[in-house]
Structure formats: structure tokens, C-alpha cells
Design a protein around this ligand. Structure first.
Ligand code: CTP
Length: 398
């Protein structure tokens, strides 16, 4: 595993030495890239004497960089981490400005990107910085947000670089699953479905799509070819993921049926409507003429069909429950012929949240509990277990 550690110019730059050490202890090869202003705070020698590797500095002074080209470095790394990241580098990355080695490396790098910002609280809150952070998040980059505390400028607030061990853990977490899904096709469904009553009104649910989008992003980062069939949500599409937008349960059923045969792993995180209006009105239903009741009809249970038709695909379903969580989830695992089910207690307000508590139950006795974990971390664990299921089957048949 190799990480390019970009260090930009702020007082927290010295902490990147500890980050480098933590990664090296975990067996990760680290190539440090210092910006010109970072070199005002820390000397290349500090890294070089601890890592035994030369530090990359100025793009336009090749004598400092001993045959290292940004393109060849970009091709050789598993992750680009920018620790600490100043408001300046966030702006350059967000807007594609390439005026030094680090910003040029960023643009030529196909590997995942992790950013740990550090700056003054007012800068961190500034609309320009917020917009840049959103842009970078939208590209699927990982953020280790700054902490609150006493800042170097003497004020209290959010902006202090996250703790070194938190940053190292996140980097290892992202690297952990590196490329182990390469060559596999993963199909993910996400978000709610929308069932029209008339051109104005509809029946839907509270799903935000965050869980499914996190699964799609995690699978893509691990090298899978990912198709995301999504109901209407307002989330950015993870980089490199093919999006198929649908609206209704019928639209989702049609897209999934088409894609299912060539797929290796299916994760059905979507909250699909079980019922739809039997006779949606073509024109707006007027007040006076409004019926008191809407007749509903069943939609197809997409997952149930996949369970009957599967030919080797690993099938992961979700169980959104408000009571008898494990019992209901197990019934879905068996009833829908799933390999894994993710039991989600939705009384705890998981919709739209960035984290959740879930149980992942498997056909072969798997039973994993994850409490208050980010949806990204849950997504990675689901994929670990799905991959494990595939491997176990491979072992059994060989
Ligand atoms: N699901 C599906 N098609 C449907 C309904 C649900 O594919 N028409 C899938 C969901 O994507 C999820 C799983 O089935 O992976 C369970 O969904 P959930 O809403 O928890 O349960 P239901 O099967 O609909 O059963 P119930 O509403 O009775 O709990």
C-alpha cells in the first residue's frame, strides 16, 4: 500500500510527521509532498530522516524531486491524503487549479482522496470554503473534519486539525478495502420510490438515499464496476458510478431486472413502495371532486423476485423495522432467499442521518452489530461480508 501525503502550509503541518509515522508503523509506504508554504513550517529533513525517503517539493525544481514525476506518482499510489489541508488547497482542488506539485498530483490521481482540513474558525465557516468542501465531498472524497478547541490564532472554535490517530485510522480504513472488488459488478439500489396520485401529489417515504449511495461509493473505491439505481434524492453521484435514475417501484423493478443477470453482488438499500395508487389521475384532482379514499394496489417485491431468480449473485437486502427488529429481519433473510440482511431500527431516526446502528445477519450465521457508525463504515462492512460470502462459496465449490 502506498499513500501520497500532501502537506500544506499551516501551523498544524508538523502533525503530519506523526501521521506519516503512524502509517509507516501500519506497513504503509508514504511519499510526502510538501507545498512551498508547508516547507516554511516544517523542513523536508524532518520527514526524510524518519522515512528514509526523499520528500517531493517544488514542481519546477527537478533537482529537489529526483526523477519523481507527478503522473508516475499518481499511477503508483492507493490514496492521496492531504494533511493538513488549508483553505487555499481546498480552493485549488475544488476549482482544478494546478500550479504546484500537489495540486497537479491531485488532478492526475485516479486513487481515492482523503482531506483533513485545519484553519481558523472563520475561514472554515466562510461560504467560499463551505462551497469548496461541498464540491470536494460531491466528488466522493473523504473528509476528516477539524475539531473544536483552542486554535493557533488564540480563538476557540472549530478548525483544529483532527487527532493524529483519528486521521491515521481513517486512512487505514479507506485503504483497508483497496481494490478487492476489482473485476466484480455491483448493483446498488437507493433512495425512496415515488408513486403518483395525480400530476401534483404522490406517496413516498423518508429515505434519503445516503446508505445506498455510501455502498455505491465504497464499492467503487474498492474497484468494482458499480451501477446505482436510484429513486429521487438530492445526493451527488459518487465518482465513477453509473447512475440509473428511476421514480416509481415499477421503474426500479424494470431497471433492476435488466441489470441483474450480469451482476455479482446486489445491495438493495432502496425503500421501495409496497403499494401504489391503482388509478393515478392524469389531471390534477380538484378539491370538490376529490375522492375520500385512494385505492391502492401492490407493487412487485423486487427483492423477492431476485431471490427466486438468482444464479450465484450475492443478494443483500435491508429490513427497515420499528419493532421486533431481529425477528422480522431474519424472516426477510429466509423468506426472500437473501445471503445477508441489514436490520435497521428506524425508530431511532436514521433517515437522512450520516450514521446509524445496524445488525447484519447472514444465511450462514453471520451476526454483526455496528453501533453509531458512519454510513460509509457500515457500507464497507456490508461489502466485506458480501465478499466473504462469495469466497466461502468459491472454497466450497473448488
Ligand atoms: N423491497 C423490494 N421491493 C419492494 C419492497 C421492498 O425490493 N416492493 C426490498 C427493499 O429494497 C429492502 C427489502 O425489500 O431491501 C425490505 O424492505 P422493507 O421495506 O424493510 O420490507 P418489506 O419487504 O417491504 O416488508 P414489510 O413492509 O412488510 O416490512
Amino acid at each position: 500500500m502506498k499513500v501520497a501525503l500532501g502537506v500544506t502550509g499551516c501551523i498544524a503541518a508538523y502533525k503530519s510527521i506523526e501521521v506519516m509515522r503512524g502509517l509507516q508503523k501500519a506497513g504503509v509506504e508514504v511519499q510526502v509532498v510538501l507545498t512551498r508554504s508547508a516547507a516554511e513550517f516544517v523542513t523536508p529533513l524532518a520527514y526524510e530522516s524518519l522515512s528514509g525517503l526523499s520528500v517531493i517539493q517544488d514542481m519546477f525544481r527537478p533537482e529537489l524531486n529526483r526523477d519523481i514525476h507527478h503522473i508516475s506518482l499518481a499511477q503508483s499510489i492507493d490514496l492521496l491524503a492531504v494533511v493538513p489541508a488549508t483553505a487555499n488547497i481546498l480552493g485549488k482542488m475544488a476549482h482544478g487549479i494546478a500550479d504546484d506539485f500537489l495540486s497537479t498530483l491531485y488532478l492526475s490521481n485516479p486513487a481515492p482522496v482523503l482531506i483533513a482540513p485545519a484553519m481558523n474558525v472563520e475561514m472554515w465557516r466562510h461560504a467560499a470554503v463551505r462551497a469548496n468542501v461541498e464540491t470536494l465531498r460531491g466528488r466522493g472524497h473523504h473528509f476528516v473534519n477539524p475539531e473544536s478547541g483552542m486554535l493557533a490564532c488564540g480563538v476557540e472554535g472549530e478548525g483544529r486539525l483532527a487527532a493524529v490517530d483519528v486521521i491515521v485510522d481513517r486512512i487505514l480504513d479507506v485503504l483497508g478495502g483497496c481494490r478487492d472488488l476489482a473485476g466484480l459488478k455491483v448493483l446498488v439500489t437507493a433512495g425512496p420510490t415515488v408513486e403518483d396520485i395525480d400530476p401534483i401529489r404522490f406517496i413516498s417515504n423518508r429515505s434519503s438515499g445516503k446508505m445506498g449511495y455510501a455502498v455505491a461509493q465504497a464499492a467503487r473505491e474498492r474497484g468494482a464496476e458499480v451501477t446505482l439505481v436510484s429513486g429521487p434524492v438530492t445526493l451527488p453521484v459518487p465518482a465513477g458510478v453509473e447512475l440509473v435514475q428511476v421514480r416509481s417501484a415499477a421503474g426500479m423493478a424494470e431497471a433492476v431486472a435488466r441489470l441483474f443477470p450480469g451482476t455479482d453482488i446486489v445491495v438493495k438499500a432502496a425503500a421501495v413502495a409496497d403499494y401504489r395508487p391503482a388509478e393515478p389521475a392524469g389531471q390534477k384532482v380538484k378539491k370538490g371532486a376529490a375522492p375520500r379514499t385512494i385505492t391502492l394496489e401492490r407493487t412487485e417485491d423486487i427483492l423477492d423476485r431476485l431471490g427466486r431468480e438468482k444464479t450465484g449473485q450475492v443478494l443483500v437486502g435491508f429490513a427497515a423495522e420499528t419493532e421486533n427488529l431481529l425477528e422480522n429481519a431474519r424472516a426477510k433473510l429466509v423468506g426472500k432467499n437473501l445471503d445477508l440482511v441489514v436490520a435497521n431500527d428506524v425508530t431511532r431516526g436514521v433517515f437522512g442521518e450520516d450514521s446509524a446502528s445496524v445488525h447484519i445477519l447472514g444465511k450462514h450465521g453471520e451476526d454483526v452489530t455496528l453501533r453509531d457508525r458512519s454510513k460509509g463504515a457500515i457500507a464497507r462492512r456490508i461489502l466485506d461480508l458480501a465478499l466473504e460470502t462469495r469466497r466461502t462459496r468459491g472454497d466450497q465449490t473448488s
